[in-house]
Design a protein around this ligand. Structure first.
Ligand code: ATP
Ligand code: MG
Length: 650
């Protein structure tokens, strides 16, 4: 069986980045300036002296007062640049607004209905200052929590930056969440203020966010004020004394506001994880190290330059949006696209049209979107000129080789390397990722970022090669989370208990003979079939490699004999008939690709799969449905209708 497995997972193809791109890349230039010949020498120097590397990058940022120590590592607690005086907003905004980037565009915003807004660094600066002054006026002080429940409109980054500017802690909750999910998070954070909007459009439908919030607001005891952005100017109920319109609040506010001088280790935000595996965790990030980590990866992984038009399609409501829509790009002084709408609305050409319209050069998205566009077909991107693109990115899930190839050929025109970035809410920044100079294997996230030591271990802590095991990180990195909010115990138990002083990611990975990492999915997603460990991602990858299949979710069904049986839910390409015969064909296909042991005992056809807000399949819920258990907490689900879909297939 393992031969087949290898054939499937071990991609032999290698794709080299164009020579010109390598030569011009930030990382190559940086190495040249330091007389570092190649990648292996870079890694060697970084391993010998990680603090040297991070110190050099931290020096590219502005410090109110310099740090004297780079890292203090008392596992599981790291402090970075701890005695430095710092504020991330000074770096993301103030210094640009007062320098030559003043009139450079920070965000090009487009709404689903086609409306556009452009904000320069100076525009952003003044809006942030006005809100920051208003928040102070409402009594918000350093360390206070502010919940932000906004769609992808410019007021969302403005609100985040205004909080950070005065030392308040923001906690953004995805606007696609239900009220209950918002409530739980705001209660956990103990927020004083909520910033929300009247409504927004999704797929042409009006989503009334303030009304949603109203259904739970009285259950959140700490809330004093609700600030409402009139985005679409729809009718909303305003509670006297508690609710205030953004515009009214900002009227007459000063356009200058002192940026709070903070310690590098002061808390910047709390962000709850996707909740793919259970109750979401309140991940805590700080100003200094997080700024250095996101800036450095923007520079070296995404190769950001001043003439780039950069677009990360992630919602700001999850970590990719925090790190690579807001903080990373702004610190780097980039111009970014902000799109508030569905990616395939009004038609599947929407994103490709926007890339053409704005001349996007760097495009970062998720495998689930790539697979969705595969389903719609090549014709949509082919209708548009995508030649401005230089670099592509992927994040959120393993990208199966088929999707990688489709993305590489149809979007990147075989000229744009794909940065498949593996990381987590907890890591704050890319951890296992290619650089623009890396030779790529489709489906592999390449190797750890310079200075970081990652490994794959068996249960006893021995390093594994060629076999799947626990993916761990053995060295601290600047953007690492510092704790789980109000849950120190869970911080230690979930991440630092299995192996002493080693960070347990909760994912399963494999390292091949060239040192490439292959992420196989979450620990919880590993099936035990008759004593064999089979990852759901492997079986899904095999199913998706069949030409009629678009997407698949695989879960284990408890079985007295085998331990677990494999059940697969499959989305077929448009216009393909779901027949009994096709089930047999797919079973045979998996058998050929992986082996008899991985053949699904059960296949169901569905139109949709339950996913988290960040587009990840919720196998936990599928499994509960399958075995007739209570589906539990579904508050992090983006498409609850999909659960009924499963019902039909069963
Ligand atoms: P929870 O921890 O609450 O269950 P979550 O892990 O889905 O939710 P995130 O922090 O948003 O929340 O996601 C991080 C996870 O996403 C990683 O642990 C990994 O499983 C997956 N992931 C992210 N990027 C990649 C990638 N490039 N390749 C493979 N998997 C990835
Ligand atoms: Mg996680």
């Amino acid at each position: 069986m393992s031969d087949h497995l290898d054939a499937l997972l071990h991609e032999k193809r290698i794709f080299y980045p164009p020579e010109e791109l390598v030569k011009e890349s930030n990382i190559r230039k940086w190495m040249d300036e330091r007389n570092i010949k190649g990648y292996s020498e870079l890694i060697k120097r970084c391993e010998e002296d990680p603090e040297w590397f991070w110190d050099e990058l931290a020096q590219e940022l502005d410090w109110f007062e310099p740090y004297t120590k780079i890292l203090e590592w008392n596992p599981p607690y790291a402090k970075w640049f701890a005695d430095g005086k710092f504020n991330i907003v000074h770096n993301a905004l103030d210094r640009h607004a007062k320098g030559w980037r003043k009139n450079k565009i920070a965000y090009i915003w487009e709404g689903e209905d086609g409306r556009r807004r452009k904000l320069t660094y100076f525009d952003l600066y003044r809006e942030v200052n006005r809100l920051a002054n208003a928040l102070k006026g409402l009594g918000v002080r350093k360390g206070d929590r502010v919940s932000i429940y906004l769609p992808m409109i410019p007021e969302l980054p403005i609100a985040m930056l205004a909080c950070a500017k005065i030392g308040a802690i923001h906690s953004v909750v995805f606007s696609g969440f239900w009220a209950k999910a918002f409530k739980e998070r705001a209660i956990d954070a103990g927020s004083k203020i909520v910033i929300t909007a009247d409504a927004f459009h999704r797929r042409g439908k009006l989503i009334k966010l303030k009304d949603t919030l109203d259904t739970v607001i009285d259950d959140i005891p700490t809330i004093e004020k609700v600030i409402v952005v009139e985005h679409l100017k729809t009718e909303v109920d305003m509670k006297e004394g508690r609710d205030v319109f953004w515009d009214d609040l900002l009227k007459g506010q000063e356009k200058e506001c002192e940026t709070e001088i903070l310690g590098a280790e002061d808390t910047l935000f709390i962000l709850y994880t996707s909740g793919t595996t259970g109750k979401p965790k309140g991940v805590v990030h700080t100003h200094g190290g997080y700024a250095v980590g996101t800036y450095t990866t923007m520079k070296f992984v995404f190769d950001i330059r001043d003439d780039d038009i950069y677009w990360c399609t992630a919602d700001i409501g999850w970590i990719t949006g925090h790190s690579y829509v807001v903080y990373g790009p702004l610190i780097a002084g980039a111009t970014s696209i902000l799109y508030d709408g569905a990616p395939d609305y009004p038609d599947p050409g929407r994103l490709w049209k926007m890339i053409e319209d704005y001349g996007v050069t760097i495009f970062y998205t998720a495998p689930t979107l790539v697979r969705m566009f595969m389903k719609y077909g090549e014709k949509w991107p082919q209708d548009h000129d995508l030649s401005s693109l230089r670099l592509l990115g992927s994040v959120g899930e393993p990208i199966n080789p088929e999707a990688w190839m489709w993305y590489y050929e149809n979007i990147g025109g075989r000229r744009c390397p794909i940065m498949d970035t593996w990381w987590q809410t907890e890591t704050g920044m890319h951890i296992i990722t290619p650089l623009p100079i890396s030779p790529l294997k489709p489906g592999s996230a390449y190797k750890p970022f310079p200075t970081i030591k990652a490994d794959v271990l068996d249960d006893d802590g021995n390093s594994l090669r060629g076999e799947g095991g626990h993916l761990v990180i053995k060295t601290p990195w600047p953007a690492m989370f510092r704790t789980l909010y109000k849950d120190e115990k869970r911080y230690i138990e979930s991440y630092w208990s299995k192996f002493p002083n080693i960070y347990l990611t909760g994912d399963v990975g494999r390292i091949d003979e060239d040192g490439y990492f292959w992420i196989q999915g979450r620990e919880d997603d590993i099936l035990n079939v008759a004593g064999h460990r089979i990852s759901t991602a492997e079986v899904e990858s095999a199913l998706v490699s069949h030409p009629l299949v678009v997407e698949a979710a695989v879960v284990g069904k408890p079985d007295i004999l085998k331990g677990e049986e494999i059940a697969a839910f499959v989305i077929l390409k448009e216009d393909v008939k779901p027949t009994q015969h096709l089930k047999g064909v797919l079973r045979e296909h998996v058998r050929k690709e992986i082996g008899p042991i991985a053949t699904p005992s059960y296949i169901g056809f569905v139109d949709d799969l339950p996913k988290t807000r960040s587009g990840k399949i919720m196998r936990r819920i599928i499994k509960a449905k399958l075995i007739g258990e209570d589906v539990g907490d579904t508050s992090t689900l983006a498409n609850p209708e999909a659960v009924d879909e499963l019902e039909k297939a069963l």
